[in-house]
Design a protein around this ligand. Structure first.
Ligand code: OSB
Ligand code: MG
Length: 369
């Protein structure tokens, strides 16, 4: 893949609503937009998804910057990339730092698809023209606020509602939600807020008919989740615990979960995400595409990935307007009745809004490739 230079652009964007999980509240998003250029003026874009604090995983905006600048870009420069799948191999000497790797790999995928003049979805092997999406609702100040927020999004047509939970904001809240929304597909995400000692308490959730409970136990655990899943009727979905195809295989073999949330950044890029998808398809494990409060580039990648056939459950990639006053892509992502139309233009399929991109840019650096 001919590539001549790469730009790392640091952006700062304010969320329209603060987003609260069991690990903290996010109000501002700082991240990198990566941009690879070829000789013919084509530009491939990627996005880093780590937050400023290592709350979700150990990566941060700063570690993404350090690892891209001091290690990964050099590997891209020194090695031949014939296909975007090669990037994963070329980055192998560097351990983990999956979000940093995915930020660069995504830009290579976009450029590759643009050079081939095909949509990213097609380059990945996906065929859906529409995808179903749900919405993730952060922890709210009161149960009334939560019920009102849910009501609004149910009326907008989102296909399932995900509710963030933590000790003290779980069973009673969800029971109230279920009472008001008896037929709505509802799930809960704990972001690692519990331990096996909470098993009896979590078993109470079984009566609420949740689609799944996401990442109830430690971020670095697979074994305890198997014990918990054996005790629960509610399917366990793993998010934070799954970093690779290997983690996926072990979790499935141990019975640690029945569903997997695939996030491109968490697993080191689109190629690994696709491998995880393929493995889950062979093993009849349902998957869905998670979110990291992405701006438009990350959102577009999530949409392209979700066109693969085993993404049978609605993902977290809601419309741009739920996150940003203004997004960095044209048109912005919109979901009508919980359905997003997959773009048919080359690459990520959305234009970059260069003016918006510029307005959110805090700093930028260019490196030869
Ligand atoms: O656990 O899926 C998560 C947001 C930030 C960090 C972790 C998570 C989330 C979400 C929202 O649930 C995803 C989104 O709407 O992009
Ligand atoms: Mg999660």
């Amino acid at each position: 893949i001919p590539m001549k230079q790469i730009k790392l652009r640091r952006l700062k964007m304010s969320l329209t609503n603060p987003f609260t999980t069991s690990f903290g509240t996010l109000q501002e998003k700082e991240f990198f937009i990566t941009e690879v250029f070829d000789d013919e003026g084509r530009r491939g874009f990627g996005e880093s998804v780590a937050f400023t604090s290592p709350w979700y995983s150990e990566e941060t905006v700063e570690t993404n910057h350090h690892v891209m600048k001091d290690f990964l870009i050099g590997l891209l420069r020194e090695n031949n990339i014939n296909h975007p799948n090669d990037v994963l191999e070329v980055f192998k000497p560097i351990k983990r730092n999956h979000m940093a790797k995915a930020a660069l790999e995504g830009a290579v995928w976009d450029l590759y698809a643009k050079q081939k003049r095909i949509p990213l979805a097609e380059a990945l092997g996906g065929s859906r023209q529409e995808i179903d999406v749900g919405i993730s609702i952060g922890i709210q100040p009161t149960v009334d606020d939560l019920l009102q927020t849910i009501d609004q999004h149910v009326r907008e047509g989102y296909k399932r509602i995900k509710i963030k939970i933590k000790p003290g904001w779980d069973y009673d809240v969800l029971k109230e939600v279920r009472k008001h929304f008896p037929d709505t597909p509802i799930m809960a995400d704990a972001n690692s807020a519990y331990t096996l000692q909470d098993t009896e308490h979590l078993k109470k959730l079984d009566e609420l008919g949740l689609m799944m409970i996401e990442q109830p136990l430690a971020h670095d655990d697979i074994a305890d989740h198997a014990q918990l899943q054996a005790a629960l009727a509610t399917p366990v979905c793993l998010d934070e615990s799954i970093h690779s195809l290997n983690d996926t295989r072990k979790a499935i073999e141990l019975g640690s979960c029945k569903i997997i949330n695939i996030k491109i950044g968490r697993v080191g890029g689109l190629s690994e995400a696709k491998r995880i998808h393929d493995y889950c398809r062979e093993h009849s494990i349902d998957v869905w595409c998670g979110g990291m409060l992405e701006a438009g580039v990350g959102r577009a990648q999530n949409i392209a990935l979700t066109t693969l056939p085993q993404f049978v459950l609605p993902g977290d990639t809601a419309g741009s307007a739920l996150y940003w006053k203004k997004d960095i892509i044209k048109p912005e992502v919109t979901a009508a009745n919980g359905i997003i139309a997959v773009p048919d233009k080359p690459g990520i399929g959305y234009e970059i809004d260069d003016e918006a991109l510029e307005s959110f840019t805090v700093s930028e650096e260019t490196f030869p490739l």
